[in-house]
Write a protein of this length. Structure first.
Length: 141
């Protein structure tokens, strides 16, 4: 971890002020601008932001549930379910001998348990049919 400088000396050493605590993701260098009064970052890095002030604005901010980037929690769960289905399809293809290619590298989605026998394939296919049916009935309401 890089130590961040708390103070910035400007005007030939005559003015000392708080230094912006933002840092670049790419170069890991600290911003060289002074922080705004009463803030820890400069105006460029969000020091001018006041956040939602009205009750309506605060409610909209809470309902957004944005956790990472532009993805809501619901869309992340939907994406994880799709990756989980693909991982199970890959297991089924390998167990049925339809390919001799290497398995997909990298971390598997949460909730993944590797299929090792044909009976597990039957159980998994019944589960996916049940979840599809459950999803259809909940979305119709």
């Amino acid at each position: 971890m890089i130590n961040k400088e708390k103070n910035l000396v400007t005007a030939g050493g005559h003015i000392t002020c708080a230094r912006c605590q933002a840092s670049s993701c790419r170069s890991k260098m600290q911003c060289k601008k002074p922080a705004l009064k009463g803030k820890i970052v400069c105006g460029f890095h969000g020091g001018k932001s006041t956040g939602p002030r009205t009750v309506n604005g605060k409610d909209r901010s809470r309902k957004a549930h944005i956790k990472s980037g532009d993805y809501t929690q619901e869309s992340r769960l939907r994406h994880n379910r799709a990756l989980l289905n693909l991982a199970y399809i890959e297991d089924m293809i390998h167990l049925l001998g339809m390919t001799n290619a290497d398995r997909t590298r990298g971390p598997k989605p949460s909730g993944y348990i590797r299929l090792t026998s044909l009976t597990e394939i039957q159980k998994q296919s019944q589960l996916t049919k049940f979840t599809r049916l459950a999803r259809r009935t909940t979305t119709k309401k």
